[in-house]
Design a protein around this ligand. Structure first.
Ligand code: KIV
Ligand code: ZN
Length: 498
Protein backbone atom coordinates (compact mmCIF):
# COMPACT_ATOMS: atom_id res chain seq x y z
CA UNK A 1 0.00 0.00 0.00
CA UNK A 2 1.30 3.41 -0.98
CA UNK A 3 1.08 6.48 1.19
CA UNK A 4 -0.40 9.64 -0.30
CA UNK A 5 1.61 12.88 -0.40
CA UNK A 6 -0.38 16.11 -0.70
CA UNK A 7 0.98 18.66 -3.15
CA UNK A 8 0.52 22.24 -1.93
CA UNK A 9 1.40 24.64 -4.71
CA UNK A 10 2.50 28.12 -3.70
CA UNK A 11 3.53 29.42 -7.15
CA UNK A 12 0.81 32.07 -6.90
CA UNK A 13 1.87 33.22 -3.42
CA UNK A 14 5.53 32.56 -2.52
CA UNK A 15 6.44 32.27 -6.21
CA UNK A 16 4.67 35.46 -7.10
CA UNK A 17 6.58 37.41 -4.43
CA UNK A 18 9.56 37.49 -6.80
CA UNK A 19 10.16 41.04 -8.09
CA UNK A 20 9.03 41.27 -11.69
CA UNK A 21 6.95 38.05 -11.59
CA UNK A 22 3.63 39.63 -10.64
CA UNK A 23 0.61 38.39 -12.53
CA UNK A 24 -2.75 40.01 -13.04
CA UNK A 25 -5.92 38.21 -11.95
CA UNK A 26 -6.67 36.80 -15.42
CA UNK A 27 -3.17 35.32 -15.62
CA UNK A 28 -3.46 33.90 -12.10
CA UNK A 29 -6.71 32.18 -13.03
CA UNK A 30 -4.99 30.69 -16.07
CA UNK A 31 -2.20 29.30 -13.85
CA UNK A 32 -4.69 28.08 -11.21
CA UNK A 33 -6.68 26.16 -13.82
CA UNK A 34 -3.49 24.62 -15.18
CA UNK A 35 -2.53 23.59 -11.63
CA UNK A 36 -5.95 22.02 -11.18
CA UNK A 37 -5.53 20.03 -14.42
CA UNK A 38 -2.04 19.03 -13.24
CA UNK A 39 -3.63 17.50 -10.14
CA UNK A 40 -2.36 19.61 -7.25
CA UNK A 41 -4.23 19.16 -3.97
CA UNK A 42 -3.96 22.69 -2.56
CA UNK A 43 -3.42 26.02 -4.33
CA UNK A 44 -2.11 28.85 -2.17
CA UNK A 45 -3.79 31.64 -4.09
CA UNK A 46 -2.44 34.70 -2.28
CA UNK A 47 -2.09 36.81 0.83
CA UNK A 48 -5.42 38.71 0.74
CA UNK A 49 -4.62 41.46 3.26
CA UNK A 50 -1.44 42.40 1.38
CA UNK A 51 -3.19 44.17 -1.53
CA UNK A 52 -6.59 44.57 -3.23
CA UNK A 53 -5.10 42.67 -6.19
CA UNK A 54 -4.28 39.65 -4.01
CA UNK A 55 -7.70 39.80 -2.35
CA UNK A 56 -9.44 39.87 -5.71
CA UNK A 57 -7.30 37.07 -7.11
CA UNK A 58 -8.20 34.77 -4.21
CA UNK A 59 -11.89 35.49 -4.87
CA UNK A 60 -11.64 34.86 -8.61
CA UNK A 61 -9.47 31.74 -8.28
CA UNK A 62 -11.95 30.38 -5.72
CA UNK A 63 -14.72 30.79 -8.28
CA UNK A 64 -12.71 29.38 -11.20
CA UNK A 65 -11.32 26.23 -9.59
CA UNK A 66 -13.33 23.21 -8.37
CA UNK A 67 -11.21 20.37 -6.98
CA UNK A 68 -8.14 21.73 -5.21
CA UNK A 69 -8.43 23.33 -1.79
CA UNK A 70 -7.88 27.09 -2.06
CA UNK A 71 -5.61 28.44 0.62
CA UNK A 72 -5.07 32.04 1.74
CA UNK A 73 -2.08 33.24 3.78
CA UNK A 74 -2.30 35.43 6.87
CA UNK A 75 -0.14 36.62 9.73
CA UNK A 76 -1.28 35.71 13.25
CA UNK A 77 -3.43 38.82 13.19
CA UNK A 78 -7.24 38.90 13.50
CA UNK A 79 -7.78 41.39 10.67
CA UNK A 80 -5.66 39.28 8.28
CA UNK A 81 -7.73 36.23 9.15
CA UNK A 82 -11.05 38.05 8.65
CA UNK A 83 -9.93 39.33 5.23
CA UNK A 84 -8.67 35.87 4.21
CA UNK A 85 -12.00 34.30 5.23
CA UNK A 86 -13.87 36.88 3.15
CA UNK A 87 -11.62 36.28 0.13
CA UNK A 88 -12.24 32.52 0.42
CA UNK A 89 -16.04 32.84 0.51
CA UNK A 90 -16.55 31.23 -2.94
CA UNK A 91 -14.05 28.39 -2.53
CA UNK A 92 -15.58 24.90 -2.61
CA UNK A 93 -12.80 23.71 -0.29
CA UNK A 94 -11.01 26.36 1.73
CA UNK A 95 -8.04 26.67 4.05
CA UNK A 96 -6.56 29.53 6.07
CA UNK A 97 -2.78 29.43 6.45
CA UNK A 98 -1.81 31.42 9.51
CA UNK A 99 1.38 31.55 11.53
CA UNK A 100 4.16 33.38 13.29
CA UNK A 101 7.97 33.32 13.57
CA UNK A 102 9.19 30.84 16.19
CA UNK A 103 13.00 31.06 15.98
CA UNK A 104 14.82 33.15 18.59
CA UNK A 105 15.94 35.77 16.02
CA UNK A 106 12.31 36.19 14.90
CA UNK A 107 10.90 36.28 18.44
CA UNK A 108 13.49 38.82 19.58
CA UNK A 109 14.04 41.08 16.55
CA UNK A 110 10.78 40.82 14.66
CA UNK A 111 8.30 40.68 17.52
CA UNK A 112 10.32 41.98 20.49
CA UNK A 113 8.55 39.22 22.39
CA UNK A 114 9.25 36.00 24.26
CA UNK A 115 8.59 32.30 23.66
CA UNK A 116 5.49 32.05 25.88
CA UNK A 117 3.81 35.04 24.30
CA UNK A 118 4.46 33.65 20.80
CA UNK A 119 2.71 30.39 21.74
CA UNK A 120 -0.27 32.40 23.01
CA UNK A 121 -0.46 34.41 19.77
CA UNK A 122 -0.14 31.25 17.65
CA UNK A 123 -2.93 29.51 19.56
CA UNK A 124 -5.19 32.57 19.41
CA UNK A 125 -4.69 32.87 15.64
CA UNK A 126 -5.51 29.21 14.99
CA UNK A 127 -8.60 29.35 17.22
CA UNK A 128 -9.76 32.52 15.48
CA UNK A 129 -9.21 31.02 12.00
CA UNK A 130 -11.20 27.93 13.03
CA UNK A 131 -14.21 30.18 13.60
CA UNK A 132 -14.27 30.75 9.81
CA UNK A 133 -13.03 27.48 8.29
CA UNK A 134 -12.56 23.84 9.32
CA UNK A 135 -9.19 23.50 7.62
CA UNK A 136 -6.47 25.62 9.27
CA UNK A 137 -2.78 25.31 8.52
CA UNK A 138 -0.28 26.78 10.96
CA UNK A 139 3.24 27.83 9.87
CA UNK A 140 6.07 28.18 12.37
CA UNK A 141 8.11 30.67 10.37
CA UNK A 142 11.86 29.98 10.47
CA UNK A 143 11.20 26.55 12.01
CA UNK A 144 14.48 25.50 10.36
CA UNK A 145 16.35 27.58 12.97
CA UNK A 146 13.88 27.01 15.81
CA UNK A 147 14.96 25.03 18.83
CA UNK A 148 13.34 21.55 18.50
CA UNK A 149 12.08 21.30 22.08
CA UNK A 150 10.35 24.67 21.81
CA UNK A 151 8.98 23.76 18.37
CA UNK A 152 7.35 20.65 19.90
CA UNK A 153 5.53 22.89 22.41
CA UNK A 154 4.35 25.28 19.69
CA UNK A 155 3.11 22.50 17.39
CA UNK A 156 1.38 20.59 20.19
CA UNK A 157 -0.41 23.79 21.27
CA UNK A 158 -1.62 24.75 17.78
CA UNK A 159 -2.89 21.24 17.02
CA UNK A 160 -4.80 21.35 20.32
CA UNK A 161 -6.20 24.72 19.19
CA UNK A 162 -7.50 23.14 15.97
CA UNK A 163 -4.72 23.22 13.34
CA UNK A 164 -5.24 20.47 10.77
CA UNK A 165 -1.88 20.93 9.03
CA UNK A 166 1.40 22.05 10.62
CA UNK A 167 3.94 23.65 8.34
CA UNK A 168 7.63 23.50 9.30
CA UNK A 169 9.29 26.05 7.00
CA UNK A 170 13.02 26.27 6.47
CA UNK A 171 12.41 29.93 5.70
CA UNK A 172 16.06 30.87 5.23
CA UNK A 173 17.10 27.69 3.39
CA UNK A 174 19.73 27.03 6.06
CA UNK A 175 19.11 23.41 7.14
CA UNK A 176 21.11 20.41 5.99
CA UNK A 177 18.98 17.52 4.69
CA UNK A 178 19.79 15.27 7.70
CA UNK A 179 19.09 18.11 10.10
CA UNK A 180 15.73 18.95 8.49
CA UNK A 181 14.70 15.28 8.33
CA UNK A 182 15.70 14.85 12.01
CA UNK A 183 13.55 17.88 12.90
CA UNK A 184 10.49 16.29 11.28
CA UNK A 185 11.22 12.98 13.00
CA UNK A 186 11.63 14.77 16.32
CA UNK A 187 8.15 16.24 15.90
CA UNK A 188 6.69 12.85 14.89
CA UNK A 189 8.25 11.29 18.01
CA UNK A 190 7.57 14.04 20.55
CA UNK A 191 4.37 15.92 19.66
CA UNK A 192 1.75 13.94 21.60
CA UNK A 193 -1.18 14.83 19.28
CA UNK A 194 0.73 14.73 15.96
CA UNK A 195 -1.65 12.02 14.64
CA UNK A 196 -4.35 14.75 14.46
CA UNK A 197 -2.51 16.86 11.85
CA UNK A 198 -0.56 16.51 8.63
CA UNK A 199 3.06 17.69 8.75
CA UNK A 200 4.07 19.93 5.85
CA UNK A 201 7.49 20.89 4.48
CA UNK A 202 8.23 24.35 3.09
CA UNK A 203 11.87 24.61 2.05
CA UNK A 204 13.72 27.52 0.48
CA UNK A 205 16.70 27.02 -1.79
CA UNK A 206 19.27 29.52 -0.49
CA UNK A 207 21.96 26.85 -0.23
CA UNK A 208 20.64 24.71 -3.09
CA UNK A 209 19.16 22.13 -0.70
CA UNK A 210 15.40 22.75 -0.98
CA UNK A 211 14.60 19.53 -2.85
CA UNK A 212 16.95 17.41 -0.70
CA UNK A 213 15.48 18.89 2.48
CA UNK A 214 11.91 18.36 1.31
CA UNK A 215 12.63 14.72 0.44
CA UNK A 216 14.29 14.24 3.80
CA UNK A 217 11.18 15.68 5.46
CA UNK A 218 8.95 13.31 3.48
CA UNK A 219 11.08 10.28 4.30
CA UNK A 220 10.75 11.19 7.98
CA UNK A 221 6.98 11.56 8.07
CA UNK A 222 5.84 14.78 6.34
CA UNK A 223 2.82 14.12 4.10
CA UNK A 224 2.38 17.54 2.50
CA UNK A 225 5.03 19.42 0.49
CA UNK A 226 4.88 23.14 -0.33
CA UNK A 227 6.37 23.66 -3.74
CA UNK A 228 6.36 25.92 -6.78
CA UNK A 229 6.53 25.31 -10.50
CA UNK A 230 10.13 25.66 -11.74
CA UNK A 231 11.17 26.25 -8.11
CA UNK A 232 10.43 29.97 -8.38
CA UNK A 233 10.13 31.97 -5.18
CA UNK A 234 11.74 34.55 -2.92
CA UNK A 235 15.55 34.87 -3.31
CA UNK A 236 16.89 31.48 -4.54
CA UNK A 237 13.36 30.10 -4.70
CA UNK A 238 11.29 27.28 -3.21
CA UNK A 239 11.34 23.54 -3.72
CA UNK A 240 10.49 22.71 -7.35
CA UNK A 241 7.30 20.65 -7.63
CA UNK A 242 8.48 18.78 -10.71
CA UNK A 243 11.58 17.54 -8.89
CA UNK A 244 9.70 16.07 -5.91
CA UNK A 245 7.04 14.49 -8.11
CA UNK A 246 9.56 12.89 -10.45
CA UNK A 247 11.78 11.68 -7.60
CA UNK A 248 8.78 9.81 -6.19
CA UNK A 249 7.81 8.49 -9.62
CA UNK A 250 11.34 7.29 -10.40
CA UNK A 251 12.18 5.74 -7.03
CA UNK A 252 9.72 2.87 -6.82
CA UNK A 253 11.17 1.73 -3.51
CA UNK A 254 9.66 4.86 -1.88
CA UNK A 255 6.03 3.85 -1.62
CA UNK A 256 4.58 7.35 -1.66
CA UNK A 257 2.30 8.65 -4.40
CA UNK A 258 1.02 12.03 -5.55
CA UNK A 259 -2.03 12.95 -7.60
CA UNK A 260 0.05 14.73 -10.25
CA UNK A 261 -0.50 13.94 -13.93
CA UNK A 262 3.20 14.13 -14.80
CA UNK A 263 2.56 14.53 -18.53
CA UNK A 264 1.29 18.03 -17.83
CA UNK A 265 4.46 19.11 -16.00
CA UNK A 266 6.30 20.55 -19.00
CA UNK A 267 3.40 22.59 -20.43
CA UNK A 268 2.67 24.09 -17.00
CA UNK A 269 6.35 24.86 -16.53
CA UNK A 270 6.43 26.70 -19.88
CA UNK A 271 3.23 28.58 -19.06
CA UNK A 272 4.53 29.81 -15.70
CA UNK A 273 7.89 30.77 -17.16
CA UNK A 274 6.22 32.69 -19.97
CA UNK A 275 3.55 34.47 -17.92
CA UNK A 276 6.02 35.45 -15.23
CA UNK A 277 8.78 36.35 -17.71
CA UNK A 278 11.04 34.12 -15.68
CA UNK A 279 13.39 32.05 -17.83
CA UNK A 280 14.09 28.45 -16.79
CA UNK A 281 17.81 27.77 -16.58
CA UNK A 282 18.79 25.38 -19.43
CA UNK A 283 20.24 22.78 -17.05
CA UNK A 284 17.27 22.87 -14.64
CA UNK A 285 16.30 19.34 -13.57
CA UNK A 286 13.20 17.90 -15.33
CA UNK A 287 12.09 21.04 -17.23
CA UNK A 288 15.32 22.71 -18.42
CA UNK A 289 15.99 22.83 -22.16
CA UNK A 290 19.03 20.55 -21.72
CA UNK A 291 17.50 18.19 -19.16
CA UNK A 292 17.14 15.44 -21.77
CA UNK A 293 19.68 16.64 -24.36
CA UNK A 294 22.59 14.24 -24.67
CA UNK A 295 25.43 16.03 -26.37
CA UNK A 296 28.53 13.94 -25.78
CA UNK A 297 29.21 11.28 -28.43
CA UNK A 298 29.40 8.48 -25.84
CA UNK A 299 26.04 9.43 -24.34
CA UNK A 300 24.37 9.81 -27.73
CA UNK A 301 25.64 6.42 -28.81
CA UNK A 302 24.33 4.83 -25.60
CA UNK A 303 20.92 6.50 -25.77
CA UNK A 304 20.47 5.49 -29.42
CA UNK A 305 21.19 1.87 -28.48
CA UNK A 306 18.89 1.96 -25.47
CA UNK A 307 17.44 4.95 -23.62
CA UNK A 308 17.98 3.25 -20.28
CA UNK A 309 21.75 3.69 -20.61
CA UNK A 310 21.67 7.35 -19.69
CA UNK A 311 18.03 8.37 -19.21
CA UNK A 312 16.30 7.72 -15.90
CA UNK A 313 13.11 9.50 -17.01
CA UNK A 314 11.31 9.22 -20.31
CA UNK A 315 10.85 12.84 -21.51
CA UNK A 316 7.31 11.92 -22.59
CA UNK A 317 6.44 11.19 -18.95
CA UNK A 318 6.82 14.88 -18.19
CA UNK A 319 5.06 16.01 -21.36
CA UNK A 320 8.06 16.73 -23.57
CA UNK A 321 7.40 15.41 -27.04
CA UNK A 322 9.35 15.61 -30.27
CA UNK A 323 6.70 17.71 -31.94
CA UNK A 324 7.54 20.73 -29.81
CA UNK A 325 9.34 22.53 -32.67
CA UNK A 326 7.26 21.74 -35.73
CA UNK A 327 5.34 24.94 -36.46
CA UNK A 328 6.40 26.77 -39.60
CA UNK A 329 4.98 29.41 -41.96
CA UNK A 330 2.85 26.66 -43.52
CA UNK A 331 1.15 25.69 -40.26
CA UNK A 332 -2.53 26.54 -40.04
CA UNK A 333 -4.64 28.08 -37.31
CA UNK A 334 -5.67 24.63 -36.05
CA UNK A 335 -2.04 23.59 -35.52
CA UNK A 336 -1.35 26.82 -33.64
CA UNK A 337 -4.48 26.37 -31.54
CA UNK A 338 -3.53 22.78 -30.74
CA UNK A 339 0.01 23.76 -29.73
CA UNK A 340 -1.28 26.59 -27.54
CA UNK A 341 -3.70 24.26 -25.83
CA UNK A 342 -0.92 21.68 -25.22
CA UNK A 343 0.93 24.57 -23.58
CA UNK A 344 -2.12 25.30 -21.44
CA UNK A 345 -3.25 28.47 -23.24
CA UNK A 346 -6.92 28.53 -24.27
CA UNK A 347 -8.00 31.55 -26.34
CA UNK A 348 -11.14 32.99 -27.86
CA UNK A 349 -11.40 32.89 -31.67
CA UNK A 350 -10.62 36.65 -31.92
CA UNK A 351 -7.48 36.38 -29.83
CA UNK A 352 -6.41 33.29 -31.75
CA UNK A 353 -6.84 35.20 -35.03
CA UNK A 354 -4.63 38.04 -33.69
CA UNK A 355 -1.94 35.67 -32.55
CA UNK A 356 -2.10 33.74 -35.80
CA UNK A 357 -1.41 36.93 -37.75
CA UNK A 358 1.58 37.72 -35.56
CA UNK A 359 2.66 34.09 -35.87
CA UNK A 360 2.69 34.36 -39.68
CA UNK A 361 4.74 37.56 -39.51
CA UNK A 362 7.22 35.86 -37.19
CA UNK A 363 7.32 32.75 -39.39
CA UNK A 364 8.39 34.99 -42.30
CA UNK A 365 11.40 36.04 -40.27
CA UNK A 366 12.17 32.76 -38.50
CA UNK A 367 12.16 29.23 -39.96
CA UNK A 368 11.01 27.07 -37.02
CA UNK A 369 8.66 28.44 -34.41
CA UNK A 370 9.15 26.76 -31.04
CA UNK A 371 7.05 26.63 -27.87
CA UNK A 372 8.79 29.62 -26.31
CA UNK A 373 8.12 31.74 -29.40
CA UNK A 374 4.44 30.81 -29.27
CA UNK A 375 4.15 31.61 -25.59
CA UNK A 376 5.86 34.94 -26.16
CA UNK A 377 3.34 35.73 -28.92
CA UNK A 378 0.48 34.79 -26.60
CA UNK A 379 2.04 36.98 -23.92
CA UNK A 380 2.57 39.94 -26.27
CA UNK A 381 -1.09 39.69 -27.18
CA UNK A 382 -2.03 40.11 -23.51
CA UNK A 383 -0.35 43.51 -23.39
CA UNK A 384 -1.94 44.94 -26.53
CA UNK A 385 -4.29 47.25 -24.67
CA UNK A 386 -1.49 49.35 -23.26
CA UNK A 387 -1.45 53.15 -23.44
CA UNK A 388 1.86 53.56 -25.27
CA UNK A 389 2.62 51.60 -28.43
CA UNK A 390 5.40 51.72 -31.01
CA UNK A 391 4.30 53.02 -34.43
CA UNK A 392 7.70 52.66 -36.08
CA UNK A 393 11.37 52.41 -35.22
CA UNK A 394 14.31 52.90 -37.53
CA UNK A 395 17.91 52.70 -36.40
CA UNK A 396 21.17 53.17 -38.28
CA UNK A 397 24.32 51.94 -36.63
CA UNK A 398 27.70 50.55 -37.51
CA UNK A 399 31.40 50.69 -36.78
CA UNK A 400 32.95 54.17 -36.74
CA UNK A 401 29.59 55.99 -36.84
CA UNK A 402 27.25 57.18 -34.12
CA UNK A 403 23.94 55.32 -34.00
CA UNK A 404 20.81 57.30 -34.84
CA UNK A 405 17.23 56.24 -34.04
CA UNK A 406 13.91 57.63 -35.31
CA UNK A 407 10.94 56.57 -33.25
CA UNK A 408 7.20 57.04 -33.67
CA UNK A 409 4.93 56.37 -30.69
CA UNK A 410 1.20 56.21 -30.26
CA UNK A 411 0.35 57.56 -26.80
CA UNK A 412 -3.33 57.00 -26.06
CA UNK A 413 -4.22 57.60 -29.70
CA UNK A 414 -1.96 60.63 -30.25
CA UNK A 415 1.13 60.31 -32.47
CA UNK A 416 4.60 61.53 -31.45
CA UNK A 417 7.98 61.36 -33.20
CA UNK A 418 11.58 61.87 -32.08
CA UNK A 419 15.11 61.37 -33.37
CA UNK A 420 18.18 60.85 -31.17
CA UNK A 421 21.76 59.66 -31.47
CA UNK A 422 23.59 57.43 -29.01
CA UNK A 423 26.72 55.38 -28.46
CA UNK A 424 24.91 52.31 -29.79
CA UNK A 425 21.53 51.45 -31.34
CA UNK A 426 19.78 50.70 -28.02
CA UNK A 427 21.12 53.89 -26.45
CA UNK A 428 19.90 55.93 -29.44
CA UNK A 429 16.45 54.30 -29.40
CA UNK A 430 15.99 54.77 -25.64
CA UNK A 431 17.09 58.41 -25.91
CA UNK A 432 14.50 58.98 -28.65
CA UNK A 433 11.89 57.35 -26.42
CA UNK A 434 12.84 59.61 -23.51
CA UNK A 435 12.44 62.67 -25.74
CA UNK A 436 8.80 61.73 -26.18
CA UNK A 437 8.13 60.45 -22.65
CA UNK A 438 9.85 63.09 -20.60
CA UNK A 439 10.02 61.65 -17.07
CA UNK A 440 12.78 61.28 -14.47
CA UNK A 441 13.33 57.57 -14.95
CA UNK A 442 16.52 55.56 -14.68
CA UNK A 443 17.33 52.24 -16.30
CA UNK A 444 18.56 49.95 -13.51
CA UNK A 445 18.79 46.55 -15.15
CA UNK A 446 18.88 45.42 -18.74
CA UNK A 447 19.20 41.78 -19.86
CA UNK A 448 19.06 40.48 -23.41
CA UNK A 449 18.64 36.79 -24.03
CA UNK A 450 18.09 34.66 -27.13
CA UNK A 451 15.06 32.42 -26.69
CA UNK A 452 16.61 29.27 -28.09
CA UNK A 453 19.27 29.38 -30.80
CA UNK A 454 20.02 30.54 -34.33
CA UNK A 455 20.71 34.02 -35.67
CA UNK A 456 17.04 34.36 -36.68
CA UNK A 457 15.92 33.73 -33.10
CA UNK A 458 13.72 36.06 -31.04
CA UNK A 459 15.51 38.07 -28.39
CA UNK A 460 13.91 38.52 -24.96
CA UNK A 461 14.66 41.68 -23.02
CA UNK A 462 14.05 42.17 -19.29
CA UNK A 463 14.35 45.68 -17.88
CA UNK A 464 14.03 47.39 -14.53
CA UNK A 465 13.33 51.12 -14.56
CA UNK A 466 13.28 53.31 -11.45
CA UNK A 467 10.67 56.06 -11.31
CA UNK A 468 9.58 58.02 -8.23
CA UNK A 469 11.65 55.71 -5.98
CA UNK A 470 9.76 52.67 -7.24
CA UNK A 471 11.04 49.85 -9.41
CA UNK A 472 9.07 48.79 -12.52
CA UNK A 473 9.77 45.62 -14.48
CA UNK A 474 9.28 45.36 -18.22
CA UNK A 475 9.57 42.70 -20.88
CA UNK A 476 9.89 42.73 -24.65
CA UNK A 477 10.43 40.03 -27.27
CA UNK A 478 11.22 40.51 -30.93
CA UNK A 479 13.52 39.12 -33.62
CA UNK A 480 15.01 42.65 -33.60
CA UNK A 481 16.69 43.14 -30.23
CA UNK A 482 16.60 46.95 -30.52
CA UNK A 483 12.81 46.78 -30.93
CA UNK A 484 12.60 44.26 -28.04
CA UNK A 485 14.58 46.70 -25.86
CA UNK A 486 12.26 49.61 -26.66
CA UNK A 487 9.22 47.35 -26.07
CA UNK A 488 10.60 46.36 -22.64
CA UNK A 489 11.20 50.01 -21.71
CA UNK A 490 7.68 50.92 -22.84
CA UNK A 491 6.31 47.96 -20.85
CA UNK A 492 7.89 49.53 -17.73
CA UNK A 493 6.51 52.99 -18.53
CA UNK A 494 3.03 51.58 -19.21
CA UNK A 495 3.00 50.42 -15.60
CA UNK A 496 3.25 53.94 -14.19
CA UNK A 497 1.85 56.37 -16.77
CA UNK A 498 -1.83 57.04 -16.36
O1 KIV B 1 9.11 30.77 3.96
C1 KIV B 1 8.21 30.88 4.81
O2 KIV B 1 8.41 30.73 6.02
C2 KIV B 1 6.87 31.22 4.33
C3 KIV B 1 5.75 31.18 5.32
C4 KIV B 1 4.94 32.43 5.21
C5 KIV B 1 4.94 29.95 5.11
O3 KIV B 1 6.68 31.46 3.15
ZN1 ZN C 1 8.36 30.69 1.93
Amino acid sequence: MSDRLFIFDTTLRDGEQVPGCQLNTVEKIQVAKALEALGVDIIEAGFPISSPGDFNSVIEISKAVTWPTICALTRAVQKDIEVAAEALQYAKRKRIHTGIGTSDPHIKHKFNSNREEIIERAVAAVKYARKFVDDVEFYAEDAGRTDNEYLVRVIEAVIKAGATVVNIPDTTGYCLPDEYGAKIKYLVDHVSNIDKAVISTHCHNDLGMATANTMSGVLNGARQVEVTINGIGERAGNTAMEEIVMILKSHHEIKIETNINTQKIYPVSRMVSSLMNMPVQPNKAIVGRNAFAHSSGIHQDGVLKNMETYEIINPRDVGIDDSSIVLTARSGRAALKHRLSVLGVELSQDKLDDIYEQFLKLADRKKDINDDDILVLAGANRSQNRRIKIEYLQVTSGVGVRSVASLGLNVAGEKFEAVASGNGPVDAAIKALKRIIDRQMTLKEFTIQAISKGSDDMGKVHMQVEYNDQMYYGFGANTDIIAASVEAYIDCINKFVK
